[in-house]
Design a binder for this molecule. Structure first.
Ligand SMILES: Nc1ncnc2c1ncn2[C@@H]1O[C@H](COP(=O)(O)OP(=O)(O)OP(=O)(O)O)[C@@H](O)[C@H]1O
Length: 388
């Protein structure tokens, strides 16, 4: 007699770790480049998440995912940090374009106001913000550009460069007036563009002789413009400053007015005016910061990876920042080291190129013509309402 035993076949899935399939390893100036074939079910995201681990496994300084196409990602490994020593010359690299530093890819990083008109630069104390301003002064001083400073640190930041500045405001009341002047300039440039049926001052139909000079506005310590010690007396002034700055950010680009706004701390607690302003500042430079909210204000709406990289900036490498420029991707960048003395010398050397404020505002109307009520929806909170 034969005994028939019935046994159910069981299938068990076993996770098998499969090594990635690497393509040819090609040397680059700073390390190597390799493409990796994705296994079934993998996406480029899976690699983006573990780049740090790969860097440790390969014993290199960093690994970046530089591109992907279906089924494949390309990784670039850097053997040592190219930002340890940055020695490119500061170069005026075309009108309104300054090479300010080096990217971790080894290529120069330029602030190009015509490509990205407005910039937000945040950073804790000693993180390298002033150095970046020095670089810009050196790069812009020889160019046919007007420079305007807002320095709420009582002028200590920009006074050394005053020779090359067409206007410098150091008190909030002065800032409000100067911003009103800038809006007057925008209005007169609007009229000029209308008269020539062009949409911006760079249009080739605008005769060269009529083209107005571009103005780069440097704002230091932006929080000081928004904070109020006595809300009763200061509320109106702060509201005026906030709305004017926002209008310039919204309208300035087409009319040759560009902003670089700088601060240690830029948070939504400073008021809705700051959040609205931030949306207009598409260029972002985030040095080492002390609070997460400031990093989020600078980078948070761009890419989660950028935030992580910002937290990893070492205080031992001042001038290092996470930057987001024209193509919207983030990079580590370190600025060229430029001392205050070098920037001051450049400002003095090119002082003769400084247009007077009277020349710039000629025909632009006065501060009294500015109607702030158009932007009343951005109310500024009282100091007591701010979280401590
Ligand atoms: N790219 C750089 N390379 C080398 N050193 C740098 C660089 N950037 C800044 N430093 C140095 O780091 C120090 C702090 O820089 P900086 O004064 O620019 O910081 P900061 O953010 O403006 O500080 P604070 O807000 O206190 O004025 C300075 O001694 C400066 O020389």
């Amino acid at each position: 007699m034969t005994l028939i035993l019935k046994q159910k076949r069981r299938i068990r899935r076993v996770e098998v770790e499969r090594a990635p399939r690497l393509g040819l390893i090609r040397p680059t100036k700073l390390g190597f480049r390799v493409s990796v074939r994705l296994h079934d079910g993998q996406t480029p995201e899976d690699y983006a998440r573990v780049l740090d681990k790969l860097a440790h496994a390969w014993k290199v300084h960093s690994v970046r995912l530089v591109s992907w196409r279906p089924g494949k990602v390309t990784l670039v490994a850097t053997l040592s940090d190219p930002l340890d020593r940055v020695s490119i010359p500061v170069l005026s690299d075309g009108l309104l374009r300054v090479r300010v530093g080096l990217l971790d890819t080894g290529t120069p990083f330029a602030i190009d106001f015509r490509a990205v008109p407005h910039w937000l630069n945040v950073g804790a104390t000693q993180s390298g913000k002033s150095n970046l301003a020095n670089v810009l002064i050196v790069g812009l001083a020889p160019q046919p550009v007007a420079l305007v400073g807002f320095d709420l640190k009582g002028g200590v930041e920009f006074t050394p460069y005053q020779a090359r500045m067409s206007a410098l405001a150091t008190e909030r009341a002065e800032c409000a007036e100067l911003l009103a002047d800038l809006i007057g300039i925008i209005k007169s440039r609007m009229a000029l563009c209308r008269a020539h049926r062009v949409k911006n001052i760079w249009h080739p139909r605008l005769p060269e002789s009529a083209r107005p000079m571009p103005i780069v506005v440097l704002v230091d310590e932006v929080a000081e413009l928004f904070l109020m010690a006595d809300p009763k007396s200061e509320k109106e002034e702060v509201a005026a400053v906030a709305t004017r700055l926002l209008r310039i950010a919204q309208l300035g680009r087409a009319f040759g007015i560009y902003l670089k706004i700088c601060g240690q701390r830029v948070g939504s607690d400073l008021g809705p005016g700051v959040t609205a302003l931030r949306a207009q500042l598409t260029g972002r430079i985030c040095h080492m910061v002390n609070d997460d909210e400031t990093a989020k204000m600078a980078l948070g709406d761009m890419d989660a990876g950028a935030l992580v990289a910002a937290r990893q900036i070492s205080p031992a490498m001042p001038g290092t920042a996470i930057v987001i420029g024209s193509e919207g991707r983030w990079h580590r960048m370190r600025s060229v080291h430029v001392t205050e003395e070098q920037a001051e010398a450049a400002a003095a050397e090119y002082a003769h190129l400084t247009p007077s404020w009277a020349d710039l505002t000629r025909g632009a109307g006065s501060a009294g013509d500015v109607d702030d009520s158009e932007m009343d929806e951005f109310t500024i909170p009282d100091l007591e309402d701010l979280p401590v």
